[in-house]
Design a protein around this ligand. Sequence first.
Ligand SMILES: [Zn+2]
Ligand SMILES: [Zn+2]
Length: 386
Amino acid sequence: MISTGSSKADLFLRAATRIPGRRRFLHLVGAAAAATTLAAATPARLAARTRVVLLGTAGGPTVLTPDRAGVSTAVVHDGRIYLVDLGIGAYWRLVRSGLAPGPAAGDLLGNVRGIFFTHLHSDHVADWPALYVTGVSNAIGRTGPPIQVWGPPARPALPRVFPPGRPAPPVVGPAEPGPGITDLTDHLGQAFAADLNDRARDSALAGPESVFHVQDIDLAGIWTPDPEGRPPRLRTPIRVWQDGEVTVTATLVDHHPAAPAFAYRFDTPDGSVVISGDTGVSPNLIDLARNADYLVHEVIDPRFVDELVTRLPPDRAGPMREHLLAAHTTIDQVGAHVAEPAAVRTLVLNHLVPATTPEHRWRDAQRGFSGRLIVGSDLQVLPLGR
Ligand SMILES: [Zn+2]
Ligand SMILES: [Zn+2]
């Protein structure tokens, strides 16, 4: 799938560079028209006014299979696209999804309104640098305000070392060891300055800030993450954004010691979608997900953890197993202990760890859950409303 998208793009670029001036412009317009025709040919159910599109469903930074890209989810309402996380390969899955108005004309991001990062682990943000530094070239023809980007604020305290008593490893970036999404993105500008300056001076391209407006979610008065990273119980969700008919709220989930970590809820006139990010069983998440039409939730196969810890000395294996499982939600927990008390209509499993566990094993999440269970797959489309 990925190579198909890549070769199409290569073919387009080669064709575009062969055609000078006004003819190149007409060629671009023609390509956009062809893309529109393709989109119009998709079955009606794929064109529901509001829908969730699973772009990538693999969890963790280890790449195990080309069948599942890194975790990323699109919520679509009335042609507007909201992306949650951008794991490894999410960029190409967005191309393959058909959501873009004219990817062949450099308008991949034309309909993207917002990007939301649950937390800053690499398996959730790996494609953000690619999207950010090439954004201007992939938002040609985009009008209106910049894409609104939200994510965690900086973490003032490093996570504690595990197990207790182990000597602390060297700190990466000691002057700023826990940058948030705005700091991370500012550093991207510096890291890619050669490219951005070349294009600004030689091709009069605007900078990425013309396409993206990046903001930290403000936790002032709510929580300052400590080294343990266990979030407080929230009585009300955090309001993030209102974009026309779409309301985005968030809560703090428990991915300790990684913190802060967010789940997001999208409420639309056609229904609601909640995306968990990485978390153990979280009362805050259960509150946020109450009565949602879709809960897209992470899951881990405990047998995988059992195999991982067999490589450790016996006295370390037990604590490490508990430690890994506390930051994630197991197959047995996600249906019975999260989706059921939240009374969600449909539980959709994503961020599958490992991505190679067979589907029948993930289906065990149905035990203790009375709603519908979907084991997510890449590019799966889930309609909302009528
Ligand atoms: Zn993850
Ligand atoms: Zn994580």
